[in-house]
Write a protein that binds this ligand. Sequence first.
Ligand SMILES: *Cc1c(COP(=O)(O)O)cnc(C)c1O
Length: 330
Amino acid sequence: MIDLRSDTVTKPTESMRAAMARAEVGDDVYGEDPTVLDLEEHVAGLLGHEAALFMPTGSMANVLAVRALVEPGQEVLCEASAHIARAELGAHAAISGLTMRTWIHPRGQLDLGAVASLVAPDMGPFFVRTAAVSVENTHNFAGGTVLPMSDLRDLRELADGAGIAVHMDGARLWNAHVATGTPLAEYGAVADTMAVCLSKGLGAPVGSLMVGSADAMVEARVRRKRMGGGMRQVGILAAAGRHALDHHLDRLADDHEHARLLAEACGVDPAGVDTNIVVVPHDDAPDFVARAADAGVRVATVGPRTVRLVTHLGVTRADAEKAAAVLAGL
Ligand SMILES: *Cc1c(COP(=O)(O)O)cnc(C)c1O
């Protein structure tokens, strides 16, 4: 079976497992796990921020990062199909007590005109206060699309002018960085807080980080513990994440090439495939998924008429070519 359902299906490599086995550990709730501290410092540095906090999931990183910027009763603005709005099961409302308003963009991009008209930092005692805008880079449900740096800079300017903050859901920021060559810190410079995943295409089994100021991290550490996310000798997992960053970052370019190859086979213009996700419109997506599975390729639906293919560490060039041939023949 070639598994293209998601880039979360990767399994740790032998050398990653060796790095995990060797990891020096301590009790991270006491702040004593050297491997976690090293990973946090490393990732904060890569993104040009003061501090980072290791989290079990990207969802928790997003919830706590957005909460660092938005108080209960305030709102965050985001694109309508953003992961924070669609795929975190209402956590931002249920846990943080905040609301969202959205703009719609078919490719998950910023619409600065829409953002400008939605922003309401202080319209008196009758309207919800906008405290932040969240952007997703790359955008998952839009098909791994990259947000252009120029739009992000304009957003930063708009946010500064309005006195509001910017969060970047960078679960796959690594893919944006490799696809465009934009330095990670350049992305970091436009955001107050960020969330990044090590467990997607990078291939770590578990792990994400919230990134931002040292002050934000003090409060986030308390909230993480409150949510049951205080982990103990978790350096074993941080070691996998560090190994992934050191050894699997550059190879994301291969995933992007494989995705374009799959797009072509499915009749999708490869020019619209920015990174490792291919969205294929289909009249009967569940039927396509079933027939692909019978032919040895697992793909997923993200709607009744939408099939999604995702490339990752576990898909070799030969796998991608074989899957392309299978899907083209369906
Ligand atoms: C995967 C993902 C997350 C985090 O998901 P978890 O499964 O909670 O780790 C956040 N944002 C985006 C865009 C994602 O694709």
